[in-house]
Design a protein around this ligand. Sequence first.
Ligand code: BGC
Length: 416
Amino acid sequence: MLKKSIAACVAAASVVIAPMTQASEVEVLHWWTSGGEAKSVAYLKERLEGKGVSWKDFAVAGGGGENAMTVLKSRAVSGNPPTAAQIKGPSIQEWGELGFLASIDDVAKTNKWDSLLPGVVSDVMKYDGKYVAAPVNVHRVNWLWANPEVFKKAGASIPTTWADFIVQAKKIKDAGYIALAHGGQAWQDATVFEAVVLGVGGPEYYQKAFVELDMKALDSKTTEEVFKVFGELRQFVDANSPGRDWNVATSMVINGEAAMQIMGDWAKGEFVVAGKKPGTDFVCVASPGTSNAFTFNVDSFAFFKQSDSENQKAQKAMAQEILGSDFQKVFNLNKGSIPARLGMARDEFDTCAHDSMNAFVSSAQTGGLVPSFAHGMAVSEAVSGAIYDVATNYFNSDTSAAEGKKQLVAAVQSAM
Ligand code: BGC
């Protein structure tokens, strides 16, 4: 979808890369506007300004980045892309194929990125064998965030399976709390759906059905069971959820209005910014049934071709800074994720980050390390858009599980 929509515009307007930025300036497109996110990206700005590179902020609010990607497309087709943009996964290849991206391979070679990054990360950062993007982190998406005080008051225990989730969530609801803090936005619906896919079907099914798009796996009893469980969650979300931002949902867990949220570990950034401590003020556990698995979501900046040589230098300074160990530490302490760079000291990271680091390594050995389809890591934009649509329509209706499966199979098939 990205390739088609951009290609059509490129054909209509001849692309002139105009130097809109000042010398030695980077204009950076991202969607990090919540408390924890803003603190994280501010550190990149600070580091670059310390090196004489000025920062032109191009923040486009909207969790999951859909709005940011729409704005990026229009800037790119008008011949005025930013210096760098937060682009992830297979989309990097699509932008590369369209000829927009600049090679930063010299920076990568000088700084030995091939040995600093896990293969699963470095592969995604290259187009045509050359680095065109730099990874800032690894987010784990399959997390459940809980307020232990609410659990205690409701006499409930933290669930480790989806069957148990339903039992505990009923107790919480009966005690007068919101069991599941959730924002009714398509990407958030897809994030919860993804957790159910992984917890109900397991990583092998996830990989076959939602990464390889194997129609037999997708059109199976397991998919129907996934929809059944996903549908049961509707009863635990409050009536004010439509349109709610993810960080507002996190704040409901922080302030004890709600018991749980299913969200990637950018949610931890919100707990941290609120001064909360893991293990006492909040609990992080793998989302139900997924302790042996890890849906990864790597944030990265892709670099756009620049005609001004000073800006090319600034772009390379940014690339180099991103893989620096100081940046990787501080950024990830604020963001809730773990460093993309290997061999980093663990001592300043908290227990949630340690769990994530351990799960990243162990799941890679057992086949449980899978790319997040809800966060642009697994399939094309067209296919993930189709999954978003089905998941969100299903969650906001009383469609049966059999019908949900049917719609998913049809939508994915037509988007492939
Ligand atoms: C991004 C995160 C971001 C989250 C919420 C995800 O897709 O990878 O960096 O914090 O969306 O906006």
